[in-house]
Design a protein. Sequence first.
Length: 115
Amino acid sequence: VQLVESGGGLVQPGGSLRLSCAASGFTFSTFDMSWYRLSPGKGRELVATITSAGISINYADSMKGRFTISRDNAKNTVYLQMNSLKPEDTAMYYCNAASTWRNYWGQGTPVTVSS
């Protein structure tokens, strides 16, 4: 099982990034996918979740209107479009795959928002 995040980096406040998480080794289309982030001051936060068929999506309040989660089950990939980035969005962003019996994590991709 692999979850490989990419797309992180350094961006100025107000900028955008698109994170990707490529999955392999399990039946991607049957798993709910989430993005979490971890920062020293806040601990682990749930950013957004999209259900297996993409029907239901939920966001943390602070991300609503700025972040968009999506998935492509044909490509086994989940995305996180992040707009209007703020310094407080600086964190390591992790991809998570969850089903009733399984829970998988990626290694994370760093996002730094700074001028």
